[in-house]
Design a protein around this ligand. Sequence first.
Ligand SMILES: N[C@@H](CCC[C@H](N)C(=O)O)C(=O)O
Length: 294
Amino acid sequence: MTALEFTKGHGTGNDFVLVRDPDGRLDVSPDQIRYLCDRHFGVGADGFIRAVRSASHREGDDRAEWFMDYWNADGTPAEMCGNGVRVYVHFLIAEGLVSVESGDSVAISTRAGIKDVLVDAHEYTVDLGGWRLDEERLVTVPGLDVARPGLGIDLGNPHVVCALAHDGELDALDLARAPRLDPVPPNGANVEFVVPRDPLVADGIAEVRMRVHERGVGETLSCGTGTAAAALAFRHWGGPGMPDDWRVEVPGGSLLVSMYPVGDVEHVSLSGPADLVYRGAVELPQGLGDATQR
Ligand SMILES: N[C@@H](CCC[C@H](N)C(=O)O)C(=O)O
Protein backbone atom coordinates (compact mmCIF):
# COMPACT_ATOMS: atom_id res chain seq x y z
CA MET A 1 0.00 0.00 0.00
CA THR A 2 1.41 3.43 -0.91
CA ALA A 3 0.70 6.63 0.97
CA LEU A 4 -0.68 9.46 -1.10
CA GLU A 5 0.78 12.85 -0.19
CA PHE A 6 -1.70 15.70 -0.31
CA THR A 7 -2.26 19.32 0.65
CA LYS A 8 -5.54 20.58 2.03
CA GLY A 9 -6.63 24.01 0.84
CA HIS A 10 -9.70 26.19 0.49
CA GLY A 11 -11.10 29.36 -1.07
CA THR A 12 -13.75 31.00 1.15
CA GLY A 13 -14.41 27.63 2.76
CA ASN A 14 -14.84 25.68 -0.50
CA ASP A 15 -12.24 23.03 0.33
CA PHE A 16 -10.05 20.74 -1.72
CA VAL A 17 -7.57 17.89 -1.45
CA LEU A 18 -4.70 18.71 -3.82
CA VAL A 19 -2.03 16.30 -5.01
CA ARG A 20 1.02 16.92 -7.18
CA ASP A 21 1.44 14.63 -10.13
CA PRO A 22 3.46 16.61 -12.70
CA ASP A 23 4.10 13.69 -15.04
CA GLY A 24 0.68 12.08 -14.76
CA ARG A 25 1.88 8.92 -12.99
CA LEU A 26 -0.96 8.68 -10.46
CA ASP A 27 -4.18 6.89 -11.27
CA VAL A 28 -6.68 7.96 -8.60
CA SER A 29 -10.01 6.23 -9.14
CA PRO A 30 -13.48 7.77 -8.52
CA ASP A 31 -13.83 5.41 -5.50
CA GLN A 32 -10.58 6.76 -4.08
CA ILE A 33 -11.70 10.35 -4.68
CA ARG A 34 -14.96 9.63 -2.81
CA TYR A 35 -12.88 8.19 0.05
CA LEU A 36 -10.47 11.15 0.17
CA CYS A 37 -13.34 13.68 0.16
CA ASP A 38 -15.38 11.84 2.80
CA ARG A 39 -15.50 13.99 5.96
CA HIS A 40 -15.95 11.01 8.30
CA PHE A 41 -13.78 8.25 6.85
CA GLY A 42 -11.28 10.18 4.72
CA VAL A 43 -9.62 13.60 4.67
CA GLY A 44 -12.79 15.53 3.84
CA ALA A 45 -13.26 18.05 1.03
CA ASP A 46 -15.71 19.39 -1.55
CA GLY A 47 -13.38 18.44 -4.38
CA PHE A 48 -10.15 16.73 -5.44
CA ILE A 49 -7.54 18.47 -7.61
CA ARG A 50 -4.62 16.74 -9.30
CA ALA A 51 -1.81 19.03 -10.45
CA VAL A 52 -0.64 17.52 -13.72
CA ARG A 53 1.22 19.02 -16.68
CA SER A 54 -1.02 19.56 -19.71
CA ALA A 55 1.40 17.51 -21.77
CA SER A 56 0.77 14.55 -19.44
CA HIS A 57 -3.05 14.64 -19.55
CA ARG A 58 -5.19 13.78 -22.57
CA GLU A 59 -7.54 16.72 -21.82
CA GLY A 60 -4.70 19.21 -21.28
CA ASP A 61 -4.10 22.13 -23.65
CA ASP A 62 -0.37 22.59 -24.21
CA ARG A 63 -0.76 26.38 -24.45
CA ALA A 64 -0.89 26.27 -20.64
CA GLU A 65 1.80 24.30 -18.79
CA TRP A 66 -0.56 23.01 -16.06
CA PHE A 67 -3.91 21.24 -16.26
CA MET A 68 -6.36 21.36 -13.34
CA ASP A 69 -7.74 17.82 -13.08
CA TYR A 70 -10.82 18.68 -10.99
CA TRP A 71 -13.23 16.13 -9.46
CA ASN A 72 -16.29 16.62 -7.28
CA ALA A 73 -16.53 14.85 -3.91
CA ASP A 74 -18.84 12.20 -5.42
CA GLY A 75 -16.10 11.10 -7.83
CA THR A 76 -17.43 12.87 -10.95
CA PRO A 77 -15.21 15.17 -13.01
CA ALA A 78 -16.25 18.82 -13.43
CA GLU A 79 -15.38 21.28 -16.16
CA MET A 80 -14.35 24.16 -13.93
CA CYS A 81 -14.09 25.38 -10.37
CA GLY A 82 -13.66 29.12 -9.69
CA ASN A 83 -12.46 28.69 -6.11
CA GLY A 84 -10.47 25.58 -7.01
CA VAL A 85 -8.47 27.25 -9.78
CA ARG A 86 -7.37 30.07 -7.44
CA VAL A 87 -6.34 27.56 -4.76
CA TYR A 88 -4.65 25.49 -7.47
CA VAL A 89 -2.40 28.39 -8.53
CA HIS A 90 -1.58 29.10 -4.87
CA PHE A 91 -0.64 25.39 -4.52
CA LEU A 92 1.54 25.43 -7.68
CA ILE A 93 3.42 28.45 -6.30
CA ALA A 94 3.81 26.90 -2.82
CA GLU A 95 5.13 23.66 -4.34
CA GLY A 96 7.64 25.59 -6.48
CA LEU A 97 6.00 24.25 -9.65
CA VAL A 98 5.52 27.75 -11.10
CA SER A 99 7.50 30.84 -10.35
CA VAL A 100 5.56 34.12 -10.42
CA GLU A 101 5.64 37.50 -8.79
CA SER A 102 2.77 39.59 -7.59
CA GLY A 103 1.12 41.11 -10.68
CA ASP A 104 1.89 38.10 -12.94
CA SER A 105 -0.72 35.83 -14.50
CA VAL A 106 -0.63 32.05 -14.77
CA ALA A 107 -2.54 30.27 -17.55
CA ILE A 108 -4.30 27.09 -16.39
CA SER A 109 -5.82 24.51 -18.70
CA THR A 110 -9.20 23.23 -17.49
CA ARG A 111 -11.97 21.10 -19.02
CA ALA A 112 -13.69 24.44 -19.75
CA GLY A 113 -10.68 25.89 -21.59
CA ILE A 114 -7.69 27.97 -20.54
CA LYS A 115 -8.21 30.36 -17.62
CA ASP A 116 -5.77 33.13 -16.68
CA VAL A 117 -5.22 33.63 -12.97
CA LEU A 118 -3.72 36.93 -11.81
CA VAL A 119 -1.62 36.67 -8.66
CA ASP A 120 -1.73 39.66 -6.32
CA ALA A 121 -0.19 38.89 -2.92
CA HIS A 122 -2.85 36.71 -1.25
CA GLU A 123 -5.65 37.64 -3.63
CA TYR A 124 -6.18 35.67 -6.83
CA THR A 125 -8.32 36.84 -9.76
CA VAL A 126 -9.40 34.34 -12.38
CA ASP A 127 -10.72 35.39 -15.76
CA LEU A 128 -13.56 32.88 -16.14
CA GLY A 129 -13.94 33.89 -19.79
CA GLY A 130 -17.26 34.20 -21.61
CA TRP A 131 -20.64 33.02 -20.37
CA ARG A 132 -24.08 32.39 -21.80
CA LEU A 133 -27.69 32.43 -20.70
CA ASP A 134 -29.34 29.02 -20.58
CA GLU A 135 -33.00 28.10 -20.26
CA GLU A 136 -35.25 28.80 -17.26
CA ARG A 137 -36.17 25.95 -14.92
CA LEU A 138 -38.56 25.64 -12.01
CA VAL A 139 -36.73 25.05 -8.73
CA THR A 140 -38.36 23.09 -5.91
CA VAL A 141 -36.56 22.90 -2.58
CA PRO A 142 -37.61 22.10 1.02
CA GLY A 143 -38.10 25.36 2.91
CA LEU A 144 -39.82 27.17 0.03
CA ASP A 145 -43.58 26.67 -0.17
CA VAL A 146 -43.85 26.92 -3.96
CA ALA A 147 -41.51 26.24 -6.86
CA ARG A 148 -39.62 29.33 -8.06
CA PRO A 149 -38.18 30.20 -11.46
CA GLY A 150 -34.43 29.73 -11.87
CA LEU A 151 -32.27 31.19 -14.64
CA GLY A 152 -29.70 28.94 -16.32
CA ILE A 153 -26.19 30.40 -16.67
CA ASP A 154 -23.41 28.48 -18.37
CA LEU A 155 -19.87 29.31 -17.27
CA GLY A 156 -18.28 26.21 -18.69
CA ASN A 157 -20.08 24.39 -15.88
CA PRO A 158 -23.87 24.61 -15.49
CA HIS A 159 -25.72 26.81 -12.98
CA VAL A 160 -29.33 27.65 -12.16
CA VAL A 161 -29.85 30.86 -10.17
CA CYS A 162 -32.98 31.42 -8.13
CA ALA A 163 -33.79 34.85 -6.61
CA LEU A 164 -35.38 34.93 -3.17
CA ALA A 165 -37.15 37.85 -1.51
CA HIS A 166 -35.38 38.18 1.84
CA ASP A 167 -32.82 36.68 4.25
CA GLY A 168 -35.55 34.73 6.06
CA GLU A 169 -36.30 32.73 2.90
CA LEU A 170 -32.61 32.06 2.29
CA ASP A 171 -31.98 30.95 5.87
CA ALA A 172 -35.01 28.62 5.86
CA LEU A 173 -33.79 26.52 2.90
CA ASP A 174 -32.92 22.91 3.50
CA LEU A 175 -30.11 22.14 1.05
CA ALA A 176 -29.29 18.71 2.48
CA ARG A 177 -30.55 17.21 -0.77
CA ALA A 178 -30.33 18.50 -4.33
CA PRO A 179 -33.12 20.93 -5.30
CA ARG A 180 -35.48 19.53 -7.94
CA LEU A 181 -35.17 21.20 -11.35
CA ASP A 182 -37.85 21.11 -14.03
CA PRO A 183 -36.97 20.48 -16.79
CA VAL A 184 -34.11 18.34 -15.55
CA PRO A 185 -30.78 19.66 -16.97
CA PRO A 186 -29.04 17.01 -19.08
CA ASN A 187 -25.78 17.22 -17.12
CA GLY A 188 -27.12 18.35 -13.75
CA ALA A 189 -26.49 21.83 -12.36
CA ASN A 190 -25.16 23.79 -9.43
CA VAL A 191 -28.09 25.68 -7.91
CA GLU A 192 -27.63 29.11 -6.34
CA PHE A 193 -30.19 30.85 -4.10
CA VAL A 194 -29.63 34.58 -3.91
CA VAL A 195 -31.04 37.53 -1.95
CA PRO A 196 -30.30 41.18 -2.87
CA ARG A 197 -28.90 43.47 -0.18
CA ASP A 198 -30.96 46.53 0.65
CA PRO A 199 -29.94 48.80 -1.01
CA LEU A 200 -28.73 46.57 -3.84
CA VAL A 201 -26.11 49.07 -5.01
CA ALA A 202 -23.82 51.12 -2.79
CA ASP A 203 -20.77 53.06 -4.04
CA GLY A 204 -21.17 51.56 -7.53
CA ILE A 205 -20.95 47.95 -6.30
CA ALA A 206 -23.98 45.68 -6.10
CA GLU A 207 -24.16 43.23 -3.22
CA VAL A 208 -26.06 39.97 -2.83
CA ARG A 209 -26.09 37.03 -0.39
CA MET A 210 -25.96 33.46 -1.68
CA ARG A 211 -26.27 29.83 -0.63
CA VAL A 212 -25.48 27.02 -3.05
CA HIS A 213 -26.10 23.35 -3.62
CA GLU A 214 -23.19 22.12 -5.74
CA ARG A 215 -23.60 19.39 -8.30
CA GLY A 216 -21.68 16.33 -7.17
CA VAL A 217 -21.10 17.68 -3.66
CA GLY A 218 -24.07 19.08 -1.68
CA GLU A 219 -24.33 22.39 0.14
CA THR A 220 -20.92 24.07 0.27
CA LEU A 221 -19.66 27.21 2.03
CA SER A 222 -18.88 28.83 -1.32
CA CYS A 223 -18.86 28.24 -5.07
CA GLY A 224 -16.79 30.62 -7.21
CA THR A 225 -18.44 29.99 -10.56
CA GLY A 226 -21.74 30.05 -8.64
CA THR A 227 -21.07 33.60 -7.37
CA ALA A 228 -20.34 34.69 -10.96
CA ALA A 229 -23.60 33.06 -12.12
CA ALA A 230 -25.50 34.82 -9.30
CA ALA A 231 -24.11 38.24 -10.24
CA LEU A 232 -24.78 37.68 -13.96
CA ALA A 233 -28.37 36.57 -13.31
CA PHE A 234 -29.14 39.56 -11.06
CA ARG A 235 -27.60 42.01 -13.54
CA HIS A 236 -29.70 40.38 -16.29
CA TRP A 237 -32.88 40.74 -14.22
CA GLY A 238 -32.00 44.33 -13.20
CA GLY A 239 -31.59 45.50 -16.81
CA PRO A 240 -29.65 48.54 -18.05
CA GLY A 241 -28.03 50.63 -15.35
CA MET A 242 -26.95 47.67 -13.22
CA PRO A 243 -23.25 47.79 -12.24
CA ASP A 244 -20.60 45.42 -13.57
CA ASP A 245 -18.98 44.92 -10.14
CA TRP A 246 -20.68 42.66 -7.61
CA ARG A 247 -19.81 41.51 -4.13
CA VAL A 248 -21.30 38.12 -3.33
CA GLU A 249 -21.46 37.09 0.30
CA VAL A 250 -21.40 33.33 0.87
CA PRO A 251 -21.36 31.39 4.16
CA GLY A 252 -17.53 31.09 3.90
CA GLY A 253 -16.71 34.73 3.13
CA SER A 254 -17.13 37.08 0.22
CA LEU A 255 -15.98 37.19 -3.41
CA LEU A 256 -15.82 39.97 -5.99
CA VAL A 257 -17.25 39.38 -9.48
CA SER A 258 -16.61 41.80 -12.37
CA MET A 259 -17.82 41.85 -15.97
CA TYR A 260 -15.85 43.54 -18.78
CA PRO A 261 -15.56 43.37 -22.56
CA VAL A 262 -12.69 41.47 -24.21
CA GLY A 263 -13.04 42.13 -27.94
CA ASP A 264 -16.61 41.18 -28.87
CA VAL A 265 -17.12 38.90 -25.87
CA GLU A 266 -18.02 39.81 -22.31
CA HIS A 267 -15.78 38.13 -19.77
CA VAL A 268 -16.43 37.68 -16.08
CA SER A 269 -13.74 37.56 -13.40
CA LEU A 270 -13.71 36.30 -9.85
CA SER A 271 -11.42 37.65 -7.10
CA GLY A 272 -10.85 36.27 -3.65
CA PRO A 273 -8.44 34.57 -1.28
CA ALA A 274 -6.83 31.15 -1.56
CA ASP A 275 -5.46 29.32 1.46
CA LEU A 276 -3.43 26.17 2.06
CA VAL A 277 -4.10 24.71 5.49
CA TYR A 278 -1.97 21.59 5.97
CA ARG A 279 -0.12 18.75 4.28
CA GLY A 280 -0.46 15.09 5.03
CA ALA A 281 -0.20 11.56 3.72
CA VAL A 282 -3.08 9.14 3.55
CA GLU A 283 -3.12 5.42 2.96
CA LEU A 284 -5.98 4.44 0.72
CA PRO A 285 -7.77 1.40 2.16
CA GLN A 286 -7.70 -2.02 0.55
CA GLY A 287 -10.54 -2.70 -1.78
CA LEU A 288 -10.50 0.77 -3.28
CA GLY A 289 -7.26 -0.02 -5.06
CA ASP A 290 -4.13 2.03 -4.54
CA ALA A 291 -3.39 5.34 -6.17
CA THR A 292 -0.86 3.54 -8.28
CA GLN A 293 1.85 4.71 -10.60
CA ARG A 294 0.75 4.47 -14.22
N1 LIG B 1 -16.91 24.90 -6.24
C1 LIG B 1 -16.67 25.19 -7.60
C2 LIG B 1 -17.47 24.43 -8.61
C3 LIG B 1 -17.06 22.96 -8.57
C4 LIG B 1 -17.69 22.15 -9.64
C5 LIG B 1 -19.17 22.04 -9.48
N2 LIG B 1 -19.56 21.31 -8.32
C6 LIG B 1 -19.73 21.39 -10.75
O1 LIG B 1 -20.00 20.18 -10.75
O2 LIG B 1 -19.89 22.12 -11.74
C7 LIG B 1 -16.46 26.65 -7.88
O3 LIG B 1 -15.89 27.31 -7.00
O4 LIG B 1 -16.74 27.14 -8.98
